[in-house]
Design a protein around this ligand. Sequence first.
Ligand code: SAH
Length: 246
Amino acid sequence: MENGFSFKTLAPSADPMGAAIAEYFKTGKAAKLRVMSEMFDEDEIPVKTLFRTYAQMSKLEKLALDKAQGSILDVGAGSGCHSLALQDMGKEVCAIDISPLSVETMKARGVKDVAEVNLFSPMLDRKFDTILMLMNGSGIIGKVENLPAFFRRMDSLLAEGGQILMDSSDLIYLYEEEDGSVSIDLAGAYYGEVDYRMQYRNIKGETFDWLYIDPETLTMYAAGCGYKTEILYKGNSYDFLARLTK
Ligand code: SAH
């Protein structure tokens, strides 16, 4: 844990999302993938949406796939939906995930280059022209204080002239009052830092930190680490796609 990030992958017994993905792939059906948090009411991820095709993807995702070029790293690739779409476009992509069951599913679905490896593990020792992080791709960074270590990791993975394509959402809307004012505790943690825990059937995952970030905070930290930020797209639910380059 040289940089504060874990290098680990998941045990199949603690991999609820992977179990949901594997079951949906094998049977075409899945139970509830439950998402719990100290900060929000319990929610669920419809497992089918993890298998979305290019046609079913949002404008933001389509734009990210169109902008991805050269050798591409699909970080936290899940069911492989983006990797498969990129392969169909004739692009070269390597999919990674810490979920053994998702990795197994991606192989079975025809993702050609897949590895069960953590983004922060030194075992991942290659260079990429595009590092793709989608479905709140900033989540993996966990906390704002991890941003400098994240960018140092990107320094070692990006080829000369490479780009990071990452989406996130500004959670500020959760704190907006009806009169348009915002009530956040400025002395508290950054408002986009969330804790999550997932469960699928009786398979419980560990609690993990998940970062939602606003474009200004991202731009400021990126600049401090030598990266330029372009906001390529803003959706209408506070979501955005950023392109980060050196
Ligand atoms: N990109 C997919 C799945 C998003 S869910 C989609 O858009 O549908 C986030 C994924 O990231 C999960 O599959 C999870 O197992 C994986 N993940 C979480 N932390 C990771 C890390 N440090 N390195 C690689 N993958 C990670």
